[in-house]
Design a protein around this ligand. Structure first.
Ligand code: 5RP
Length: 219
């Protein structure tokens, strides 16, 4: 099974998580795109869909869904999203696609967060994947200097603007041994909008697909 087949398998398993009358949040990325393309199969079960990015909204609309605003529907029953790294405590690095701010909001506003990955995303320690941080453009240099002070190597994602009009700095060379402390520490820097560590609100369930099939990892 290649990586795209693994992603499809995890996406298919997420469809089974959908119960009738649900308010659903939808993340972003290639794994989620497979999920969105399967979503019409259970359209009649879904009361509201809230999207985490412009790209996801567009794909949902193409599949026949109307998008609801989070502020109109209140808390969500279920949030489905991918991740760039997942540790044993179901804490994540997200933001490879740059949609981390809205993703973090939807994850926080959801009773259940089901994360869909292929098994290459499972790690012992977060940080091999460069940590995405959304920053206010005018604070970019200041914020980067603070990242250097804590041992990171900040790289500006050239030519990329988030759906919120901000920039992304990817921090290389961070060993995130205590994800909560690092999430707090980086989030406190003025100019940082969102840190791509999802430690306080990690996933509740991981659907991880590998060579031998699907593995369900519960908290
Ligand atoms: C987007 C994300 C994605 O969930 C993450 O990058 C994983 O993407 P993919 O499913 O394409 O591997 O956080 O901001």
């Amino acid at each position: 099974m290649d990586q795209s087949e693994k992603k499809k398998l995890a996406a298919r398993a997420a469809i089974d998580q959908i119960e009738s009358g649900i308010k659903l949040g939808v993340g972003s990325g290639s794994t989620v795109n497979y999920f969105i393309d399967l979503l019409p199969e259970v359209k009649n079960k879904i009361d509201n869909v809230v999207s985490s990015s412009e790209a996801t909204s567009e794909r949902l609309k193409k599949n026949g869904f109307e998008i609801s605003e989070l502020s109109e529907v209140g808390d969500l029953d279920l949030y489905i999203d991918g991740a760039d790294e997942v540790n044993q405590n179901l804490q994540l690095i997200k933001g490879g696609g740059g949609a981390l701010t809205r993703e973090k909001i939807l994850a926080a506003a959801s009773y259940k967060f089901v994360c869909i990955i292929d098994d290459s995303k499972l790690v012992d320690t977060l940080g091999k994947f460069p940590l995405p941080v959304e920053v206010i453009p005018m604070a970019r240099s200041y914020v980067s200097r603070q990242f250097i002070k804590i041992g990171g190597k900040p790289i500006l994602r050239e030519g990329f603007i988030t759906d919120n009009g901000n920039q992304i700095i990817d921090i290389q060379s961070l060993m995130i041994t205590n994800p909560e402390i690092m999430e707090d520490r980086l989030s406190r820097i003025p100019g940082v909008v969102t840190v791509g560590i999802f430690a306080y609100r990690g996933a509740d369930i991981i659907l991880s697909s590998g060579k031998t099939g699907l593995k369900i990892i519960n908290k």
